[in-house]
Design a protein around this ligand. Structure first.
Ligand SMILES: [Zn+2]
Length: 407
């Protein structure tokens, strides 16, 4: 990924989508077997004096000591914060963790290192933004695409909300650590990539029929990343350095696409809204947290089914289209009907997606997450209210007035 950011910035200057492209403030992205050593080298070269590593008990075991060794060798002062788990033994990005992290950061700290997966990055991103400090990303598992983006989903007073914060200044993805990540986290990362089938379709529809802004460059970056994962599904299944490299690269690129566009449209459509809905229900019930990518995997398979059945059926019937009350939307759909249909036809069949997830050792059905039929149906009819974004899920409920049902 040596020249990737420079190449993307060049392409973004040529992109004429009319949206503002954010500059990518990430100086270095290293993926390799000695990325931790390179992290220490980077910290030294930037002349940071007081480093704070933010981790939890699990990620500490995964490699914080190795990083600490490299920092010591270069005489860099550092401290380590180990975030405490909640009553379910999960580390969550809520008020307690945020305050713990803020209290642990000494006054003279000049850089933070997020050593972990999604949640630790969310907590570190929050602290870095509020303390106006740079942060360095060291992913401990290829489980999520949020490492390089701006968004930090935080649980505040029991409600999960995504806040726009800051991106890391550098990313060091060490393959010796990532290949040792649990299989379910690798499957979850693949699921977060697979979600791009539905998110990219929803984004296109949102643009063509719902007035959402669109950037073909950000869409292409995301699609290329998705296709690389699908092409290498066997390597990812093997969990070897090649497969894990492809997956972490794809997750980083998906985050970069969001960063460039400034919003999460490329990577988050109806499937993410379903996932958020389930997560909020779990929070209300005090149930243990489920990996983001696991929920998103299940939601993507579910939506592939709903979109192929309800959405494409609706688009195929001129009678249904005639009944739409909002004339403006109908006109836009009729103008772009072939393209809209093609985009949704291109989403793989749910069985195909399910088979891949099963192969990877991931989850693929709501039941495996402990989600019953009632909650699934409730979410299919309500989750689109969580975000003000035009998706096929929103279209079905609000424009077509079809209540999607899980059968
Ligand atoms: Zn995601």
């Amino acid at each position: 990924m040596e020249n990737y950011i420079a190449d993307v910035m060049t392409l973004s200057r040529q992109c004429d989508c009319g949206n503002h492209h954010n500059p990518i403030p990430i100086e270095v992205i290293k993926i390799g077997n000695h990325a931790l050593k390179e992290a220490a080298h980077y910290i030294k070269s930037k002349e940071f004096q007081k480093v704070v590593i933010i981790a939890d008990a699990q990620t500490y075991k995964a490699g914080v000591e190795q990083l600490a060794e490299s920092l010591k060798e270069r005489q860099i002062a550092f401290s380590v914060t180990i975030l405490k788990p909640d009553e379910n033994n999960d580390v969550v990005a809520d008020e307690k963790s945020l305050v713990q992290a803020l209290l642990d950061i000494p006054a003279k700290a000049d850089v933070l290192i997020a050593f972990g997966a999604g949640t630790i990055h969310d907590i570190t991103r929050f602290c870095a933004t509020k303390l106006k400090l740079p942060f360095v990303s060291v992913p401990s598992a290829p489980s999520v695409d949020g490492f390089t983006s701006l968004g930090a989903p935080l649980i505040v007073r029991g409600v999960k909300t995504t806040f726009q914060m800051c991106s890391p200044v550098a990313v060091f993805a060490d393959l010796s650590i990532l290949t040792a990540a649990p299989k379910e986290m690798i499957a979850a990362g693949f699921g977060d990539m697979m979600a791009k089938y539905t998110s990219l379709a929803d984004w296109k529809l949102g643009h063509l029929a719902g007035g959402e802004p669109y950037c073909p460059l950000s869409a292409q970056i995301t699609r290329d990343a998705l296709e690389a994962c699908v092409e290498h599904v066997e390597d990812i299944e093997a969990g070897d350095a090649l497969g894990v490299r492809i997956l972490i690269e794809a997750l980083i690129k998906s985050g970069l696409a969001m960063l460039l566009f400034g919003q999460s449209h490329p990577a988050s459509g109806g499937e993410h809204h379903l996932s958020h809905y389930w997560e909020m229900e779990f929070l209300k019930q005090g149930r243990p947290a489920v990996l983001h990518g696991a929920k998103v995997s299940v939601a993507t398979i579910l939506l592939s089914e709903i979109y192929k059945r309800n959405f494409l059926d609706f688009m195929d019937s001129s009678e249904s289209l005639d009944q739409i009350e909002e004339q403006q939307i109908t006109n836009k759909i009729i103008q772009n009907l072939d393209e809209i249909k093609r985009v949704y036809e291109e989403i793989p069949q749910p069985e195909v997606l399910r088979e891949i997830l099963v192969k990877l050792g991931g989850v693929s059905t709501p039941a495996e997450l402990g989600i019953g039929e009632q909650l699934v149906n409730q979410s299919l009819q309500d989750a689109h209210h969580l975000r003000n974004r035009f998706t096929a899920l929103k279209f079905l409920n609000e424009v077509a007035k079809v209540s999607p049902q899980f059968v």
